[in-house]
Design a binder for this molecule. Structure first.
Ligand code: UGA
Length: 444
């Protein structure tokens, strides 16, 4: 089928390339000229394993191209995916839906009663993460703004991809959620996603509001799991218990599960922090603020992990951090990504730097994105270089290379053998055996 993908950031670029891989013909609409030029040249403007190959393959095959023209998209396809961002508003905890609205408005202005010529109805499919109620408002906008006689319908189809696994999550999702207003819309979406149905992917077909809520509830639940285990980790620290053994033990209960119970410096990125705030904010607007008030605790616990790291850093150094050299391993909010939005690692690095520490940051992929946000930090070219002369090493993003680092090589270059594993994934016994004072968060 012919589709357009409006907004070619993380979500859109991945969706566009993945849908081309499924055999569809795709035009990506991207208004940022620099980003569009790179995508059109087959280059991905961010780090995402597997995506550059897929994008280049389908730019070359001709199944994927990019434009800034909504008119071109409307003339090309009858299925339009809205994949623009919904960042946190500067003035409140709410999400900014103006890009979603602008995309719907721009597209609606170019729709025509005949559609792209296929004779069928036009579907506008929202994938962005939005406050509940947005889809109904967008459906109303489409109806009002589309030229008279245009047969157009809205579908809400949230996306659950994780950065670092974006292609796999898009091509092999755990489920497909469709918020629809008619049986024909459901049939059209089922036809579009037929390869997924053939793989046995469950389809959940529901109304707009439920589809919107599924997405924010999933992220809120994941955030709650992480803050739960981090809160328990604080208690573990108070009594000398071990949160990793505890998470393993409770995780064996299939009702709980082990995933998203990794205690550490907490969650960051462009989704979980923003989404729990927007969910609370929207609940408030709907008059059910109390129902979601626990999410402010989830947020507070998460923020506290960053303070805990700086506090433990101080304890390990035995004094203030000012004037001490600290190696920070990791800048991205998670491994296999160069995304530093609300990154716990970079936040901690920034806090220590502001307190006068000489902070040397190393990240395998996120140095350039980090430098844009925190130009005053010092960036190293390797884990060892960051550790040279350091009084303390902080492990804050769990890239695999930090787990396999040559401990002897690090030992030779540091000024003091002090390690804080802010992700609880290093072999503390091995570091201790090399003479290091090594701590985790909530670990013995
Ligand atoms: C998250 C969701 O996992 C996706 O399902 C969703 O589609 C996406 O948001 C989105 O809304 O677009 P993502 O932000 O890529 O995906 O990252 P996650 O893998 O969820 O990790 C989020 C943060 O939690 C990271 O900082 C990670 O280090 C942290 N985390 C994760 C923990 O601290 N502990 C854990 O046990 C797991």
């Amino acid at each position: 089928m012919r589709i357009s993908v409006i907004g070619c950031g993380y979500l859109g670029a991945t969706h566009a390339a993945s849908m081309a891989e499924l055999g569809h013909e795709v035009v990506g609409v991207e208004v940022d000229a620099a980003k569009r030029a790179r995508l059109a040249a087959g280059e991905v403007p961010f780090f995402e394993p597997g995506l550059p190959e897929l994008l280049a393959k389908h730019v070359a095959s001709g199944r994927l191209r990019f434009t800034d023209s909504y008119a071109e998209a409307a003339a090309f396809a009858d299925l339009h995916f809205v994949c623009v961002g919904t960042p946190q508003l500067p003035s409140s905890l709410g999400a900014d839906t103006t890009y979603v609205e602008a995309a719907v408005r721009s597209l609606a202005a170019h729709l025509t009663p005949g559609g792209s010529g296929s004779g069928g109805p036009t579907y506008v499919v929202g994938k962005s993460t939005v406050p509940v109620g947005t889809a109904a408002a967008m459906a109303g906008l489409l109806e009002t703004l589309s030229p008279e006689g245009t047969d157009v319908e809205l579908v809400w189809n949230p996306e659950f991809l994780r950065e670092g696994f974006a292609v796999q999550d898009t091509l092999e999702p755990d489920r497909v959620v469709l918020g629809v207003a008619s049986e024909r819309a459901e049939a059209a979406m089922r036809e579009f996603y037929a390869p997924m149905a053939q793989r046995g992917t469950p389809f959940v077909v529901t109304d707009y509001a439920t589809a919107e809520l599924v997405k924010v509830s999933a992220n809120a639940f994941l955030a709650t799991k992480i803050s739960f285990v981090n809160a328990v980790g604080e208690v573990c620290d108070a009594v000398g218990a071990d949160v990793v053994a505890l998470a393993d033990a409770i995780g064996h209960d299939a009702r709980i599960g082990r995933k998203f119970l990794n205690a550490g410096v907490g969650f960051g990125g462009g989704c979980l922090p923003k989404d729990i705030r927007a969910f609370q904010h929207r609940a408030g607007e709907l008059g059910v603020e109390e129902a979601m008030s626990f999410l402010s605790q989830v947020d507070t616990i998460n923020q506290r992990q960053r303070q805990r790291v700086t506090q433990i850093a101080k304890e390990l150094l035995g004094s203030e951090v000012s004037g001490r050299r600290i190696a920070v391993w990791g800048a991205a909010f998670k491994p296999d990504s160069d995304d530093v939005r609300d990154s716990p690692a970079l936040d901690v690095a920034g806090r220590l730097h502001l307190r006068g520490a000489d902070v040397r940051v190393y990240d395998p992929e996120a140095t350039e994105t980090a430098r844009v946000r925190f130009p005053t930090l010092t960036y190293a070219a390797s884990a060892i270089e960051a550790a040279e002369g350091a009084d303390l090493v902080l492990h804050l993003t769990e890239w695999k290379e930090f787990r396999t680092v040559d401990i002897d090589a690090v030992t030779r270059v540091v000024a003091g053998r002090r390690l804080l594993d802010g992700r609880n994934l290093l072999d503390l016994d091995a570091w201790r055996a090399a003479g290091w004072q090594a701590r985790g968060l909530g670990r013995r």
